[in-house]
Design a protein around this ligand. Structure first.
Ligand code: P6P
Length: 323
């Protein structure tokens, strides 16, 4: 089995980009170890602090964020980083060629109940001008500009799923040697599905178009969609996306009126965009319901976006409901 560094070398990606990915993996291997320690390490539970999202930070949110931030800011190829857990973007080397955004520990409400969580990362080329990485404007590029995107799913096994623009590969962490090894390549999401993932408790807050689509799913074979649907909800986007990569499905976190000022719950720069690059590279689709997520022009590093992604023919149906 090929190691990650061998695959990256074969992909012919620039050495600086390869080193950034390897540094992200160094941090993720440490996160994996700490998650595995759980109660033994005394690092479960919440801190007293809230992040800019208004969410209470878990201890492991902060630890994971610091691991990724510290190793990336020290990498001379990194002009700056943006994180779900940081109010502002952070400057690295002003001549760095790349920008990295990340959600250090997505799904962290699952940590204390020992369910799946993940790290999501996105890599952009940095504009070569005299702006520095603590100016968020240098990050505000559409998702189509990403040069790499990936996630690490901390589950029964720890998996790195990643693309550098030539398809999606899955690597499994061999904990005996501390290396990610290639275990699946050329992932293709089934084009059709009968399995949707959405938090149904928000149903009364959705737009009419989303209510109608889910209503029609629940009508089953007799309804306009003509098939019986199954439902999943793990409350961890990384786990949902992974399931969809392997067996198809559609994941939705739509706009809801609980906080009309927010376009949705999920964040564009370090959740929506990286997951959209992965899903599209695997033959799926990813939309706000009205446009491709990777065409959305960011206005801020913590912009939120409605998310409808997965099996392309099912995403097309949801988009049709929004026409
Ligand atoms: P809810 C985790 O907090 C997250 O950002 C995604 O990983 C997940 O899909 C979603 O929020 C879960 O949200 O409202 O069901 O807790």
């Amino acid at each position: 089995m090929k190691r990650l560094d061998q695959v990256l070398a074969n992909d012919g990606i620039p050495a600086e980009l390869e080193l950034i990915i390897n540094h992200i993996m160094v941090a993720c291997k440490d996160i994996s170890y700490k998650l595995g320690q759980g109660e033994l390490a005394g690092i479960l539970g919440a801190t007293e602090d809230e992040n800019i999202q208004g969410e209470t930070q878990k201890m492991l949110d902060v630890i994971s964020n610091d691991l990724l931030k510290d190793i990336l800011i020290a990498n001379p190829a990194v002009k700056g980083v943006g994180s779900e857990e940081e109010d502002y973007t952070i400057a690295g080397n002003k001549d760095g060629k790349y920008l990295v955004t990340f959600d250090p520990l997505d799904g962290s409400s699952n940590i204390d109940v020992n369910l799946s969580v993940g790290t999501i990362f996105s890599i952009l080329e940095a504009p070569q001008d005299d702006r520095t990485g603590d100016q968020q404007e240098v990050f505000l590029q559409e998702g189509r500009k990403q040069v790499a995107a990936g996630y690490v799913l901390y589950g029964p096994s720890d998996l790195l799923v990643m693309t550098t623009g030539n398809g999606v590969n899955i690597f499994t962490l061999d904990k005996n040697v501390g290396e990610f090894v290639l275990t699946k390549s050329g992932i293709q999401i089934p084009e059709d599905t009968a399995e949707f993932a959405i938090n149904m408790s928000n149903q009364r807050f959705w737009e009419p178009e989303m209510k109608q689509y889910i209503d029609d799913c629940l009508k089953g074979e007799e309804g306009p969609l003509g098939k019986r649907y199954n439902m999943r909800w793990v409350a961890s986007m990384v786990a949902e996306v992974h399931r969809i990569l392997i067996r198809g499905g559609i994941f939705m976190y739509p706009y809801d009126s609980r906080d009309p000022s927010k376009a949705g719950k999920l964040r564009l720069m370090y959740e929506g965009n990286p997951m959209s690059m992965i899903v599209e590279q695997a033959g799926g689709a990813s939309s706000t319901g009205r446009m491709d997520i990777m065409d959305v022009k960011p206005e801020g590093i913590h912009d939120r976006v409605p998310v409808v992604l997965g099996s392309k023919n099912e995403v097309a149906k949801v988009v049709a409901y929004h026409k």
